[in-house]
Design a protein. Structure first.
Length: 74
């Protein structure tokens, strides 16, 4: 499943401003989808999913080059 998700999400063009955004759009989209699949509905749920499960996905699917994202990131 990792390869299927990454195949589709890598094609999404990233319009985030490099100097103001510390996280990759791909990482944020993966966290969003995983949170939704686990019945999360709020930005706080996305933050908690990234904080609790981010280390498991780091290196395998996510880069998280600048550490965990905050609830404000979403």
């Amino acid at each position: 499943m990792e390869h299927q998700i990454s195949y589709y999400l890598k094609e999404v063009e990233d319009y985030l401003v490099v100097a103001r955004c510390d996280h990759l759009l791909f990482d944020l989209l993966v966290i969003f989808i995983c949170t939704y699949m686990t019945c999360g509905t709020t930005y706080q749920d996305m933050y908690l999913f990234g904080k609790e499960r981010g280390e498991e996905l780091k290196g395998r699917l996510l880069e998280f080059s600048d550490g965990d994202s905050s609830a404000d990131t979403f």
